[in-house]
Design a protein around this ligand. Structure first.
Ligand SMILES: [Zn+2]
Length: 366
């Protein structure tokens, strides 16, 4: 079982796939990106590394969209060495659709992220290492950081959410009550109508997602109008390139129900908390990440689209809380006007509107 191919533009970037299995046995995917034409100059050995972490059910594909100027292109041009981790919630991994594979964000924070950081460090030696993380990749990273498992990063960019999750009232209701009913019937919420079939147990979910939708595409409705049935929205529709819109089912996989109990506990606590309280393997993780925020030892850029339809202004709240409680921490907040949740990375104009903020933050600390 291996990860499916990345959709990076042929010829623009060379992707070196590095075999990577987490120490609990889970097969993950790690890749280093360089220029495809082998034009690595001597100075390229000095490039700071940037590890990119996708959101739940997305994959590293979200950073290498061939149809737009993507974040990997921009980082290469700016003199960085991008690294891509597909953690266990990636739709590129067979694991994500495997009904037997249960996991929580504790596993991502304890195994996937620290072990990927260690593998990258084995390769880059003493070069600086940044992490840019999206959504539940960023939330899991916050748990790794407050556990002290990834010390000494040069800086972290967290998009959408970090230590202080915040959902709309309607999303909370669906997640706490609707999903409790759903969880007994299904193991995943699919996004690809073609795979789910026209008449299936998932049909009511697609019907629900279509209510009030302006776009006729069922996969788009599931993501833009419903966010896997929690009633949130993952992007501002007009920000997507037509070609990105046509392959949303490639970019996002089905949402596994196994993570819902942990998400619910996190949501009720309004901060990132550990799921496994009695299992000694997870003792390294803090029970409450916000209370352990004094362990964050690097600058943090919190980012969010002004129209984030999933986590709302959670990252602004996170900035305010961290700035008040930890005045010596270098934390800043950037809001991207007119953008939603995931379009700051996959939007057609993200290179113009968003990536400059990321590169500016990295450049100040390279
Ligand atoms: Zn659409």
């Amino acid at each position: 079982m291996t990860a499916r191919r990345l959709h990076a533009r042929h010829g623009a970037a060379a992707i070196e796939h590095i075999p990577f299995r987490a120490s609990d046995g889970t097969e993950l995917a790690l890749a280093r990106v360089t220029r495809a034409n082998g034009s690595e100059g001597a100075a390229d050995g000095e490039r700071p590394a940037v590890l990119l972490l996708h959101g739940l059910t997305a994959s590293s594909d979200m950073f290498v969209l061939p149809e737009t100027r993507n974040l990997v292109d921009v980082l290469l041009d700016a003199g960085y060495e991008p690294w891509l981790l597909d953690w266990r919630g990636s739709c590129r991994l067979p694991h994500n659709d495997d009904d037997r594979a249960g996991y929580s964000f504790d596993d991502v924070a304890l195994y996937d992220i620290p072990e990927a950081v260690a593998r990258v460090r084995e390769r880059i030696g003493g070069r600086r290492l940044f992490v840019v993380a999206h959504c539940l990749g960023a939330l899991s990273l916050s748990l790794s950081m407050t556990a002290g498992l990834v010390p000494g990063l040069a800086g972290v960019v967290a998009q959408g959410v970090f230590l202080t999750p915040k959902l709309a009232a309607s999303t909370r209701l669906r997640m706490h009550f609707g999903f409790e009913v759903l969880r007994r019937r299904i193991r995943h919420v699919p996004v690809d109508f073609r795979k789910a079939g026209f008449r299936s147990r998932y049909t009511p979910l697609f019907a629900l997602a279509s209510l009030g939708a302006d776009c006729p595409d069922p996969t788009c409705q599931m993501l833009h109008n419903s966010a896997w049935s929690v009633g949130a929205s993952l992007f501002v529709h007009d920000q997507l390139d037509r070609r990105t819109h046509e392959r949303l089912a490639d970019l996002f996989g089905s949402a596994p129900m196994c993570v819902i109990p942990h998400l619910r506990r996190i949501e009720l606590a309004h901060t990132v908390v550990r799921w496994n309280l009695s299992d000694g393997r997870y003792r390294a993780l803090p029970e409450n990440a916000l209370d352990a925020a004094d362990r964050i030892d690097c600058p943090v850029l919190l980012m969010s689209g002004s129209e984030n339809g999933l986590w709302l202004d959670a990252n602004k709240l996170c900035h305010d809380v961290l700035a008040a409680r930890h005045p010596r921490l270098d934390v800043r907040y950037v809001e991207i006007p007119g953008y939603g949740h995931v379009d700051p990375f996959i939007g057609r104009s993200a290179a113009l509107d968003v990536f400059g903020h990321i590169v500016e933050f990295l450049d100040e600390r390279r």
